[in-house]
Design a protein around this ligand. Sequence first.
Ligand SMILES: C[S@@+](CC[C@H](N)C(=O)[O-])C[C@H]1O[C@@H](n2cnc3c(N)ncnc32)[C@H](O)[C@@H]1O
Length: 215
Amino acid sequence: MTHESGHTFDKEYWERHWHKDQAEAPGSMGSNPPNPHLVREVGGLAPGTALDAGCGAGAEAIWLASQGWQVTAVDISAEALARAAGRAEAGGVAERVRWVEADLGVWEPEGRFELVTTHYAHPAMPQLDFYDRIAGWVAPGGTLLIVGHLHSPGGEGHGHRPAAEASVTAEAVAARLDAAEWRVAVAEERHRALTGHDGRRVELQDVVVRAVRQG
Ligand SMILES: C[S@@+](CC[C@H](N)C(=O)[O-])C[C@H]1O[C@@H](n2cnc3c(N)ncnc32)[C@H](O)[C@@H]1O
């Protein structure tokens, strides 16, 4: 899939992205706190096994590990994973996270997880197909938490402009979950603001879907 600006969201794109990202810069995805939707939606769950799909520099995987989850964190970028592993080491949770460098479009886990989560990952495949794929990795009784972007023309993303093709609505994500198999607990679009590159205020329209696979 080619982005509107002419590139593809392949490994080379993401390695370049992470190479350029300065962890110490304001708004860097390399030093961000854990996603607030994850903290809100998962904070009350009993920890078990978790998958973070497209973990980037690891803030969410590390937060999950700090809450007692045993985490598998997958990303296509070696650069991002190296940074994430360093942060986990520094945070004292390294033994609870397994970092996997892989393309989520083809990678298959060995088992199922009690929690599968993803935050703004947009691989080189249709966004809703990607969500279908990771939803299949949730164990019976387990939780799926999807945090995505709703694209607004001219808007800014988490350090970059969200790509139109990565944009989804909460309704579209929830509609892909078979009602016979899933209980959708949350399907919302939520606005938030954060500090982006150059210290600028960035407005985000986040899409948050939490669903439980019937056991
Ligand atoms: C916008 S970043 C978000 C990173 C992190 N989840 C966060 O919220 O800060 C998207 C991440 O997805 C990863 N990614 C993109 N395509 C992927 C693929 N096919 N397989 C695995 N990871 C991928 C990128 O390397 C990048 O780290």
